[in-house]
Design a protein around this ligand. Structure first.
Ligand code: SAH
Ligand code: SF4
Ligand code: F3S
Length: 476
């Protein structure tokens, strides 16, 4: 028997890439590859890349510089190390990558990685193997299922891609170009995946997609199912106690999704709903096709169906032409909604996007770097204060926690609340995989500490934790 070959994979970017990385490992397992955390000893290193902002994209090339040194070192020891670039930079740059970094053996786009074994075989002949087509046949039907041992090693919470790609073409964004058009997987394939995961210990599923609530996969009856209907169905899979979905677009929130939050206890009351800006002028220039008021109405629909829902969002500051007034509209929206958390980014001009062209044609539109820095700091301070206030509200409450793993501190087990807050308790390890009520005693930075309120699973009447409706005092 040939000894196993070692695979090191490093992922950047979004949850889709985390999921894809696992599926690449599953694809290469039948080829005799086992994962290693140490790139130095790997026979194959895969960089699973992200193109969303310039910084993310450029990181790949500095990483490739380091890998070249490792590859040469391996060659001196008589070992062969292959280097593959996968993900969204691979898709966007294609052969350009091998021109800039001759150390790369394989370039494979996010829709083609099921062909990795074939591409590696081709690369063995000498020339780099490049595949960045959007194939007609979807990769999911060609991907091998993960082995039970691999599922167990990955823990009790798992991502499942249900939808990929995007047809929305926000003017700042590369995703429609790197991931291709929007496609939904059929219901039956998703149910198979979820059952396999549940049979091997997974308790929480996060359905993922670039626009997950645009989901319209084919159901058993040949009809298109909405995300809400899919959530309903998956809630009945034995073993699955929590369902989440990410990332949703405000324009695709339909009644079935709202009803899922109202009617299905397994659907967690935490919704990531990116808005990007609170200014209607900027939202229009971004091609988001909704106003700030539309967004607020959508939030209200969720809150009406289930008052305990908390929200997070993404924001971009310094979009071309953003004025101080536009930015203060963003602050006003954040103040009005009060988020449990949010990601904020400085606008990064991406080649080939309409916003980049706009800024090139009219350079006066570019927001100076110092202004962007200052706006980002103000926005982050507001969001941080809201997040801290949201987390503090859990102190003294008894909340349900799904326990995930042993914590660093001996005897401690860590899990997550419905709102993804980490929660630590002293308890035996056999609580891992269970949802138990925890009385929260304190908050240390982002992490809650508490005691088990019972060693029995809580009933289904979830104790809501209070969500601050108003802005924190520091920003009054
Ligand atoms: N599909 C999701 C977002 C995917 S990208 C949605 O529509 O909301 C994740 C986040 O990266 C975006 O929400 C946006 O805030 C940020 N982002 C995308 N392109 C960017 C750019 N060019 N500059 C800065 N941030 C960007
Ligand atoms: Fe990008 Fe907009 Fe599509 Fe989100 S909806 S992936 S931001 S183009
Ligand atoms: Fe990045 Fe591609 Fe995800 S650009 S954010 S890895 S879809």
């Amino acid at each position: 028997m040939t000894p196993p070959r070692k695979l090191h994979i490093k992922s950047y970017g979004c949850q889709m890439n985390v999921y894809d990385a696992q599926r690449m490992v599953d694809t290469l397992a039948p080829e005799g590859f086992v994962e290693t955390a140490d790139a130095n000893e790997a026979d194959l290193v895969i960089l699973n890349t992200c193109h969303i902002r310039e910084k993310a994209s450029e990181k790949v090339f500095s990483e490739l510089g380091r890998l070249r040194v490792m590859k040469e070192e391996a060659a001196r020891e008589g070992r062969e190390m292959k280097i593959a670039v996968a993900g969204c930079v691979a898709q966007a740059e294609g052969a350009e990558i091998t021109r800039r970094a001759s150390t790369v053996d394989v370039v494979v786009g996010p829709q083609s990685y099921h062909n990795l074994p074939k591409l590696l075989a081709k690369a063995r002949t000498g020339a780099p193997a490049i595949e960045t087509e959007f194939p007609i046949q979807d990769k999911f039907s060609s991907l091998p299922a993960p082995k039970p041992a691999a599922i167990r090693a990955r823990g009790i919470s798992s991502f499942v891609t249900v939808q990929e790609g995007c047809d929305k073409f926000c003017t700042f964004c590369v995703v429609p170009y790197t991931r291709g058009m929007e496609v939904s997987r059929p219901v039956a394939a998703i149910v198979d995946d979820v059952k396999r995961l549940a049979d091997n210990g997974v308790r929480e599923i996060t359905l993922i997609g670039q626009n997950v609530n645009a989901y319209h996969g084919e159901g058993a009856n040949g009809q298109a199912w909405s995300l809400g209907r899919l959530l309903h169905h998956l809630a009945s899979v034995p073993g699955i106690v929590r369902l989440r979905y990410s990332t949703s677009h405000p324009r695709d929130v339909d009644d079935s999704l709202i009803e899922a939050h109202r009617d299905i206890p397994a659907v967690m009351p935490f919704v990531h709903l990116p808005v990007q800006s609170g200014s209607d002028r900027i939202l229009a220039a971004m091609n988001r096709k909704h106003t700030a008021a539309d967004y607020i109405r959508t939030i209200e629909r969720f809150r009406k169906a289930s008052p305990k829902i908390a929200f997070s969002s993404d924001f971009i500051v310094g979009f071309p032409g953003e004025t101080e007034q536009d930015f203060s509209d963003t602050l006003a929206l954040v103040t009005q909604i009060s988020y449990a958390g949010a990601y904020s980014f400085k606008y990064s001009s991406r080649p080939g996007t309409p916003a980049a062209d706009m800024q090139e044609t009219d350079t006066a539109l570019a927001v100076p770097a110092a202004v962007m820095d200052e706006r980002l700091a103000r926005l982050q301070a507001l969001i941080d204060a809201q997040q801290a206030s949201f987390n503090r509200a859990a102190i003294g409450q008894t909340v349900e926690v799904l326990f995930e793993r042993a914590a660093h501190e001996p005897g401690q087990i860590v899990g997550r609340t419905a709102y993804l807050q980490p929660a630590h308790v002293m308890a035996p390890a056999d609580i891992i995989g269970q949802v138990l009520p925890v009385t929260i005693d304190s908050l240390e930075r982002y992490s809650l500490k508490g005691r088990l309120a019972s060693t029995h699973a809580a009933d289904t009447s979830r104790a809501p934790i209070s969500i601050p409706a108003t802005e924190p005092e520091t920003f009054a």
